[in-house]
Design a protein around this ligand. Sequence first.
Ligand SMILES: Nc1nc2c(ncn2[C@@H]2O[C@H](COP(=O)(O)OP(=O)(O)OP(=O)(O)O)[C@@H](O)[C@H]2O)c(=O)[nH]1
Ligand SMILES: [Mg+2]
Ligand SMILES: [Zn+2]
Length: 277
Amino acid sequence: MKGQIVKIVSDLHYVKYENSVYPCKCRGYMRHEHILPLVGDYVLFDTEKLVIDRIEPRKNCFKRPKVSNIDQAFIITSLVVPDFSLNLLDKFIIHMELNHVEPIIIITKGDLVDDMNKFDEDLEYYKKIGYKVLFNTELDEISKLLKDKVSVFTGQTGAGKSTLINKLDSTYDIEVGEVSLALGRGRHTTRETSMYELCGGLCIDTPGFSALDLGDYSKEEIRDAFIEFKNYNCEYRDCMHKNTDNCGVYEAVLDNNILKSRYINYLKFIGDDYNES
Ligand SMILES: Nc1nc2c(ncn2[C@@H]2O[C@H](COP(=O)(O)OP(=O)(O)OP(=O)(O)O)[C@@H](O)[C@H]2O)c(=O)[nH]1
Ligand SMILES: [Mg+2]
Ligand SMILES: [Zn+2]
C-alpha cells in the first residue's frame, strides 16, 4: 500500500492509509543505508507485516524541521516571550526560499505588546517585499491559506505553533507550554513532528528551536534568497552588494529602501559584518 507518514517516534513510523494509521518499522536495508523517513513522506508499506519497503521520491525535504513534501511554511513569530528576532525570521525565510517553499509569516502574542508601533515598520516591510504577514488572531485568513495544501508550522520554541493549531480546530488539544514555564528559556513542549488534518489541508506541527544554521548554503545562494535585492541594479553582474560603488542594493540600503536589519542579516549570513562608512 502507499501511505503517508504522519508521525515518527523513535523507530516507529505512523503511516496513514485511508482512515487508519499503521505503526511501521523500516526494512533493514533502509537502516543500513541510513535512509531516514520524514513526516510527509509517501511510502510503500505492508499493512500486515507493518514494514516500510521504500520511500517515494520527494518533492522537497528538510533536515530542520524534519519534514518533506511541503507546499508552504508558516513561520510562527512571537513579538514577546520569546522576543521578536528579525535575525531568526530572516534565517527561516532564506531557508524556505532556498527550498522553493513559500514562507508565510504569522505574528503571535500581539496581545502582550503595549506599543505595537515599534513593530509596524518591520512588519510592513515584509509585506511590501511580497510576503504574507498575518496575526495569529486572523483565523479565517489562516484557515483559507491552509486549505488543500501541505503546510508546516515552524518557528522558535514557545512562539505558539501548537496553540494556533488548537485554535484553528477546537477538536485538537495538543499540549502547549504553560505560560509561567514558557517565560523561562529552553522549554520545548512539542517533541515530535506530527501531521494533522487542519482546515481542509494537512499541517505539520514541529518542535521549536532557537537557532538555525545556514551553513549548507553558498554565499551566492543566500544573496539570491533575499528576494528584494533583485529589484535593484548593480554595475557588476555578480555583485555581493558590499559597499561597492554603483551597487544598487547598497544604495537602496543607504536610502532606506531596503530594511537595514535585512541587509545586516544578509552580511551576517554570508559571514561578514556591517561597517558603517
Ligand atoms: N498571550 C498569548 N500567549 C500565547 C499566544 N500564542 C501562544 N501563547 C502561549 O505561549 C505558550 C507557548 O505556546 P505553544 O503553542 O506551546 O508554543 P510552541 O511554538 O508550540 O512551542 P514548542 O512546542 O516548544 O516549539 C503557551 O503558554 C501559549 O498559551 C498568543 O498569541 N498570546
Ligand atoms: Mg508546540
Ligand atoms: Zn550590488
